[in-house]
Write a protein that binds this ligand. Structure first.
Ligand code: EPU
Length: 343
């Protein structure tokens, strides 16, 4: 366990932003974490997982601690579920594949999401009709100041759309150490989300399996979303906004192509990608999609994803996001919220 000074965080964030950390260290268990937090107790601290949902707009003048807790353990099973505990530092997709190989169902729709296990409950990751919430059992987290290990049940986490207590009332208070999942021994297939069935058909799948769904999701994601290993990005930059039903109806009458889905509370969720796609940098009708200014850009196949072509700064990406936000506000009167954490 080594503390480094003034190191570049470029390898530790999928946006590939070259910001510096004043101090940096990795921990692989709770004892190392305790030692580091005692050592750096007067510094502001940032816990980093896979760095796949973060944008550094400046150097971090504090202590960056990278969570490297690994391990996957089958705890027990009952008639319906296998309970599997994974270290927060496990790569998410590696964990998904591990479970699929053992035919434990529930994670297949969440294949290929970048990042680590520890971040999954933080923002209740979701894709293709499934959210973390659906497979979550409990987690263990360490309270920085009380220096205590606490177990959170599903109810304790108060999951919402890309949301949990760790983004709200307990923000910056806990370090997630392990997550326990409940995975189905007899999988229930979720194929109703738009693109999945056509992809399964294209693949010529005769007998549905979690492996086939995982492969379909991998194909869809690869065709639509940029691979962070090749091009810097943090997935969806904004959340899909939720609006009141009358606001949605008035938008629908003005913009018949708008994409909207009903959600709880008699409200509607709008596809932010579509909204952004309809706006652009000027009044010529050019879309943000495919736009590039310096090395900051908006992905050509999915307007919700901002990208770093190489040497963009976090400030440049942020200011592009600000321009996009303003243009959407101006055209649709809808205020987008960033999904990515800004530092
Ligand atoms: N669309 C456009 N133009 C665009 C992008 C999208 O018209 O540039 C339209 C699409 O044609 C589609 C609709 O918008 O009809 C929704 O697009 P898509 O199915 O790609 O999903 P999304 O709402 O853009 C969400 C998640 C993704 C997740 C996908 C699939 C959020 C913020 N994003 O994207 O999650 O993979 O659904 O379930 O909820 C992430 O969080 O990082 C992420 C990638």
């Amino acid at each position: 366990m080594k503390v480094q000074e003034n190191i570049s965080l470029r390898p530790y964030n999928t946006f590939g932003i070259d910001a510096k950390a004043r101090y940096f260290a990795k921990f692989k268990d709770i004892d190392e974490l305790e030692e580091l937090t005692t050592h750096g107790s007067r510094l502001t601290t940032l816990i980093l997982g896979g760095g796949s949902n973060i944008l550094f707009t400046k150097d971090y003048d504090g202590f960056v601690l990278k969570n490297d807790i690994t391990g996957i353990e089958e705890l027990h099973e009952d008639s319906e579920y296998v309970y599997v505990k994974a270290g927060a530092g496990e790569n998410w997709h590696h964990f998904v594949l591990y479970c699929i190989e053992r035919n434990w169902g529930g994670l297949e729709n969440l294949s290929l999401i970048p990042g680590n296990v520890g971040a999954s409950p933080m923002q209740n990751i979701g894709a293709y009709g499934v959210e973390l919430d659906d497979v979550f059992n409990s987690l263990e987290a360490y309270h920085f100041h009380d220096k205590k290990l606490i177990t959170f049940t599903k109810a304790d986490c108060e999951f919402g759309y890309r949301d949990s207590v760790f983004k709200k009332k307990f923000r910056d208070q806990f370090v997630i150490l392990t997550v326990t999942f409940q995975l189905r021994k007899k999988p229930i297939f979720h194929t109703s989300y738009g693109a999945i069935e056509p992809e399964l058909e294209r693949m010529g799948v005769k007998e549905l399996s979690i492996k086939a769904i995982s492969n379909a999701v991998i194909n869809i994601r690869t065709s639509k979303l940029p691979d962070p290993k090749l091009i810097g990005n943090a997935g969806s930059f904004f959340k899909n906004p939720v609006v009141e039903i009358d606001k949605c109806q008035s938008l629908q009458s003005k913009f018949p192509g708008i994409i909207a889905y009903p959600v709880a509370g008699n409200r509607m969720k709008l596809a932010a990608g579509w909204l952004i796609d309809q706006c652009g940098p000027d009044k010529t009708g050019t879309s943000w999609r495919g736009f590039r200014k310096g090395d900051a850009g908006c992905y050509e196949k999915q307007a919700l994803v901002l990208i770093n072509y190489g040497n963009a700064t976090g400030k440049e990406i942020y200011s592009l996001s600000e321009e996009i936000l303003l243009s959407v506000k101006e055209k649709f009167g809808v205020i987008l919220e960033r999904e990515v954490n800004i530092f």
